[in-house]
Design a protein around this ligand. Structure first.
Ligand code: 5GP
Length: 193
């Protein structure tokens, strides 16, 4: 297995409740940060949202395909993120070759996935992106318009649970303003060894 002792790259794990704006923040960080960042594309069994592209936003897999890869040990970590139905996972093939090539591999994964990654890569850099408040988060999810009210409530419940783990991360960034959050994250990455 690849290990940071022998690999010149670095793993960066970014978490935060769904709707906290981490995808938008990270898109800008990829543009502005001077580190050789590469995104790990996760696999998921959820349906693509409008505009999402297979192999770009996620690898959209059927439940059978996902479980086949899981059984074959292709995931660095994987879990059922919303309690029932949808699986998400980080493929080793997204991580190992890039680390070996000296890249900084960014995983946007949930809290449970982060804990599993840290067991294998204890020196990974971890950052938690917080929403300003749960009310702001609810509004963003409503504005996004891709979830039903029941799904939004479920995501908020998950968000509450995730926020309780925020202090396990080395860094926390509050997404009050996009520019400020991006600048803070870039500074964290550029200061990291
Ligand atoms: P969404 O469905 O909104 O794209 O993502 C929902 C949640 O799944 C987010 O909190 C995101 O961090 C998490 N997630 C995305 N990819 C992975 C992954 O590969 N592994 C784990 N553990 N969580 C993931």
């Amino acid at each position: 297995m690849t290990d940071e002792r022998v690999s010149p790259g670095k793993l960066v794990v970014v978490s935060g409740p769904s709707g906290a704006g981490k995808t938008t923040v990270m898109r800008e960080v990829f543009r502005r940060c001077r580190r050789p960042l590469v995104a790990s594309i996760s696999a998921t069994t959820r349906e693509p949202r409008p505009g999402e592209i297979d192999g770009h936003d996620y690898y959209f897999l059927s439940p059978a395909e996902f479980q086949q890869k899981r059984a074959a040990g292709e995931f660095l970590e994987c879990c059922e993120v919303f309690g029932r139905g949808h699986w998400y996972g980080t493929l080793r093939s997204e991580v190992t070759p890039s680390l070996e090539a000296g890249k900084w591999v960014v995983l946007e994964i949930d809290v449970e996935g982060t804990l599993a990654v840290l067991e294998q890569y204890p020196t990974a850099l971890t950052v938690f992106v917080r929403p300003h408040s749960l009310d702001v988060l609810r509004q963003r999810l409503v504005d996004r318009g891709t979830e039903t009210p029941a799904q939004i409530e479920r995501r908020l419940e998950v968000a509450r649970r995730e926020l309780a783990y925020a202090d396990r991360y080395q860094h926390q960034v509050t997404n009050d303003s996009l520019d400020q959050a991006v600048a803070e994250l870039c500074a964290i990455l550029e200061a990291a060894g």
